[in-house]
Design a protein around this ligand. Sequence first.
Ligand SMILES: *Cc1c(COP(=O)(O)O)cnc(C)c1O
Length: 396
Amino acid sequence: MDCAATTPVSKQVFDAMTPYFCENFGNANSLHSYGRDAAASLNTAREKIASLLGANSTEVYFTSGGVECLNWALKGIAHAKKDKGKHIITSAFEHHAHIKACKTLEEEGFEVTYLPVYEDGVVKSSDVEKAITEKTILISIMLANNEIGTIQPIEEISQIAKKHKIPLHTDAVQAVGTLDINVKNLGVDLMSISAHKFYGPKGIGVLFIRNGLKINKLIEGGFQERSMRGGTSNVAHAVGMAKALEDAIAGQEKNVAHIKKLSSYLNKRILAEIPHTTLVGHKTRRVPQINNFCFDFIEAESILFRLDMQGVCASSGSACASGSLEPSHVLMSLGIPIERAQGSMRFSINKNLSMKDIDQAVEIIKEVVADLREMSPLYPKDQTLFKEIKRNEKSV
Ligand SMILES: *Cc1c(COP(=O)(O)O)cnc(C)c1O
């Protein structure tokens, strides 16, 4: 139950990729037949992805994945437009890589506004408009949050960005296969996606860059990607990504219906059968595959290890990448108290799970949470004390 971290490569994607390792292994920049074959396959993959995104093939740039896309979009636009202004608008709960790239830009003298996401984990488009100044050169807001799944009003924000003629980037990594990611419908100028989040290979992503937009390079090198991103083209992965995107969009309706059914069942049972548990973020404005719960009185790391021992793989929302006990910036941005955030677990449902899997998982989760609470000094054994705690929480 951790498909928000990564997904397996599907058999169909794997089969599409395999000829490009040992047989059709040419360098797409070579002029001989092996090279020309590779270039043709790369081109086909690019065109397929472009048409699936509603883009032109000259607007599709292959990268090494989501993190590179985010770095490129932010630093590339900032550096290209710094003479016009040095102000960037984003949200407080973007992906780690995005926040870190913003911090680096702040060190370089850029000013970044981190918009609040409130208790429900949704950016208000009116806040975006209020934050705009004459110096604003980029707005970057994610489409679906990777820790809690909430969906941001990108179409609304796009209207505002267009009115003020400011480029808009969205991190759509968690949206592929569940939301509409057509760049025309979204109205974005830049968009990041990554193949391994939708049953494609790890290490490849696409940054959509609208034609005519001024952006600097991130990776210097050869003439690959219209001279905008150096490095020998990864043809096998590009072919795999195109196939994975095609399958994700073709299967979207069916998969979303299936995942919704599993997720709402999971939510209903967890919230009804495990006391002192909350679902994080907006109840309905969310991608169906991501469910984040706070289990009060216990720590997520302990839950994670105990679940893993019983075959349930999930993710602790409280641990930051370094593995310290610092709660995640996403949960903090929602104003969740630290004690509660420390018991945050993300269960993300991949399309291959069944109702039976969810049933089994719920039984295991119930048992693990009850066991850990039994051992927790924080857990009031006398249930009448809960009234007292509730009253105190209110007065705080
Ligand atoms: C996974 C993820 C990324 C990073 O993508 P990689 O391809 O793993 O570098 C960026 N943004 C979001 C929302 C993600 O979920």
